[in-house]
Write a protein that binds this ligand. Structure first.
Ligand SMILES: C[S@@+](CC[C@H](N)C(=O)[O-])C[C@H]1O[C@@H](n2cnc3c(N)ncnc32)[C@H](O)[C@@H]1O
Length: 294
């Protein structure tokens, strides 16, 4: 499958200074004893505390996405320095923000394509393990004028009631609560929850990381059957990287790290065609996003 590094405006990279600091700090973080590392993080910044208390969850991601919604030193110098480190010198936080931008960029392109070509003025989006569904909410908000008169519906299947509450809050904030349906269930049950050939766009980001190969293929096959012909599937996966030992010691749930060819193989073995997709690598190379049509 065609694979390339994303070149979208606003993606975060490391400058020489950040690379220099990381050269010393990441091996130290990776080698600190687990209990010390956890205490250190919990005593450093408010954001790090929330991430530590919500590892693997939509809430933790919302903290990482929220970095630019306030000034870095708005909570004082000490907090600011700690936040600066966790948000800008640890690549994971930048990587998930890059991943979100890539997903939003491709969602925008598909919305524009649908606006230009679809006759029935209806868009059905499915997000699996959608959490806050921030990417979808922000893109729909951006295109709200063009989408006037269109019937837009979003189904979010998430196993966590806390994540669903987070999604409801965000949808309310953006005045689009009535467009959403939240289903508190598992990705593995998609085929029982969503009709075949009924969805225009499926997004599954931040979830495949937790699925073994056989579970991934089981879910991909079900997703493919929910998609309409030529419907779009966007799926992210974390990539093997230098921060793995540190992430494990933080207490993050077990993840399955994959390179682009691994993700490509899983998609093809689930019935997708390699000619209809591409894999985009975020610039720090910690996350990939596959964009593939049915
Ligand atoms: C890391 S968060 C990602 C949230 C969001 N997609 C994003 O990218 O910001 C993973 C989400 O998947 C949900 N989840 C975990 N396992 C799941 C499963 N088997 N089926 C459905 N949702 C699941 C979690 O509750 C959580 O909201």
């Amino acid at each position: 499958m065609k694979t390339y590094i994303a070149n979208i405006k606003g993606l975060e990279k490391n400058n020489y200074f950040v690379d220099f600091v990381r050269f010393f700090t990441i091996p130290i973080l990776n080698n600190l004893p687990e209990s010390f590392l956890q205490k250190f993080m919990k005593s450093s910044s408010n954001d790090a505390v929330i991430v530590m208390e919500n590892v693997g969850s939509a809430k933790a991601l919302e903290v990482m996405y929220g970095r630019y919604r306030r000034k870095i030193f708005s909570r004082g110098i000490i907090q600011g320095l700690a936040d600066l480190f966790w948000h800008h010198f640890v690549a994971q936080t930048k990587g998930v923000r890059n991943r979100l931008k890539i997903v939003k960029d491709n969602l925008e392109k598909e919305i524009i394509n649908i606006l230009q070509n679809k006759k029935d003025k209806e868009i059905k989006i499915l997000t699996i393990g959608g959490g806050s569904a921030r990417g979808i909410v922000e893109v729909l908000d951006k295109y709200s004028e063009q989408l006037k008169g269109w019937n837009i519906s979003v189904i979010n299947i998430d196993k966590s009631t806390k994540a669903i509450e987070l999604g409801k809050e965000l949808a309310k904030e953006f005045n689009m609560y009535e467009k959403f349906e939240w289903i508190n269930d598992l990705a593995q049950n998609v085929k029982f929850l969503v009709k075949e050939n009924s969805v225009d766009i499926v997004e599954m980001v931040g979830l495949l990381d937790y699925f073994r190969d056989d579970r991934s293929k089981e879910v991909f096959t079900q997703i493919r059957s929910t998609l309409k012909e030529n419907g779009l599937f966007m799926v992210g996966n974390i990539v093997p990287n230098k921060e793995q030992p540190f992430i494990i010691k933080m207490g993050w749930p077990k993840m399955y790290y994959r390179f682009a060819p691994d993700l490509s193989r899983l998609l093809i073995e689930s019935g997708f065609s390699k000619e209809k997709g591409e894999i985009i690598i975020e610039p720090l190379q910690n996350h990939i996003v596959a964009i593939i049509k049915k």
